[in-house]
Ligand binder design. Structure first.
Ligand SMILES: C[S@@+](CC[C@H](N)C(=O)[O-])C[C@H]1O[C@@H](n2cnc3c(N)ncnc32)[C@H](O)[C@@H]1O
Length: 335
């Protein structure tokens, strides 16, 4: 054994999910909402959350150690600034559903070794894309809150000035379409997604006050041609579900539906060209491996080449830092 080597990082890695589970349990118990009403003792928090007092005290201690909650000398707990901004239900930055969604995925990650050995996913992805109503709702609401909370940065680098018809392929909750219509006079958008997803998207779009500009249409990119002609297209957070051959087919399908000089944005978690970084992208690629049959991440260089093959010129690449971790590729359809 090499005595100069410290095994601590391995222990920390193996138990990293403890912190994750603590955060998600607190979100699900509404702890941050209860603390937003005012500082409280552990017993008072337990009472407000209808929780066991001793277990709740243990949870609060963990939240203090994680920096999510503070404790004063009188033993009263309060939200830290980060929790107050993002973990209180009803506030504009609320990330609860986006964070809690990870709980659905824990059991899949526990079987990562089996996924790697067999190449097969354990869970049927269709369960959260329509087949299981509760999981589909969690997934779509999670995407919506993520897009609203941290995804605004993506909308801000997408410039659709002067465009009128956007195809949002795999548009999920429709949040980006609604945000883009809000920031672009004259723009209308069509969210194209699986039937179980668009049923939820319609309500989200209506709640955002965008139903007059954003339509939601059932569509399966494995089977259907895009149902219109467009001068702009967006594929956000979808290509990480697919292998290169399918991605190329999807890019070709979009090219076929776009007018000359149309603009096309690809937005996703993307790998460095040597595929070993950034860290988030390598982990996210594994996440997609356990979630989707063909999940993986692609590099900017790969996608630039595929876009070129089907008639686009890449005009800009914007890397967005944590917490969004997305890279946005802007391309134009050759005339
Ligand atoms: C991670 S979500 C991204 C949603 C949205 N574009 C966003 O960025 O918030 C991936 C989306 O791809 C959709 N999708 C998966 N398979 C599909 C298919 N065969 N046809 C159409 N959409 C599909 C999913 O339903 C889901 O809404």
């Amino acid at each position: 054994m090499n005595a100069s080597l410290d095994p601590a990082p391995l222990i920390e890695l193996a138990t990293a999910y403890w912190g994750s589970a603590t955060l998600i349990a607190a979100v699900r118990l509404g702890i941050f909402g209860h603390l937003a009403k005012g500082p409280a003792s552990a017993a008072e928090v337990a009472d407000r959350a209808d929780a066991d007092p001793i277990a709740c005290d243990t949870l609060l201690a963990g939240l203090v150690a994680l920096g999510l909650v503070t404790k004063d000398s009188a033993g009263r707990f309060a939200n830290a600034a980060l929790s107050d901004a993002f973990l209180v239900e009803g506030r504009p930055g609320y990330l609860g559903p986006a964070l809690s969604y990870n709980r659905d995925i824990y059991p899949l990650w526990a079987d990562l070794d089996r996924v790697v050995r067999t190449g097969e996913v354990i869970d049927a992805p269709d369960r959260y894309l329509g087949d299981d109503a509760a999981r589909t709702r969690n997934f779509v609401q999670g995407m919506h809150h993520r897009a609203l909370g941290v995804g605004r940065a993506v909308a801000q680098v997408i410039d659709l000035t002067g465009r009128t018809h956007l195809a949002d392929v795999g548009g999920g909750p429709g949040t980006y379409s609604a945000l883009l219509c809000q920031q672009t006079p004259g723009l209308t958008a069509q969210v194209l997604d699986l039937p179980g997803v668009v049923a939820i998207a319609r309500q989200i779009v209506a709640d955002m006050g965008a139903a007059d500009r954003v339509t939601c249409t059932a569509f399966d990119y494995y089977r259907d041609a895009l149902p219109g002609r467009y001068d702009a297209a967006l594929i956000s957070g979808v290509l990480h579900r697919e292998q290169p051959e399918q991605v190329q087919a999807m890019l070709r399908a979009v090219a076929d539906a776009l007018e000359p000089d149309a603009v096309f944005y690809l937005s996703d978690v993307m790998l460095d060209d040597d595929r070993t970084g950034p860290l988030f992208a390598t982990m996210f690629a594994l996440n997609m491996r356990v979630l989707a049959h063909d999940g993986r991440c692609h590099t900017v260089a790969e996608q630039t080449a595929w876009l070129k093959d089907v008639g686009f010129d890449v005009t800009a690449v914007t890397r967005l830092p944590a917490p969004i971790h997305y890279t946005v590729i802007r391309a134009e359809r050759r005339a």
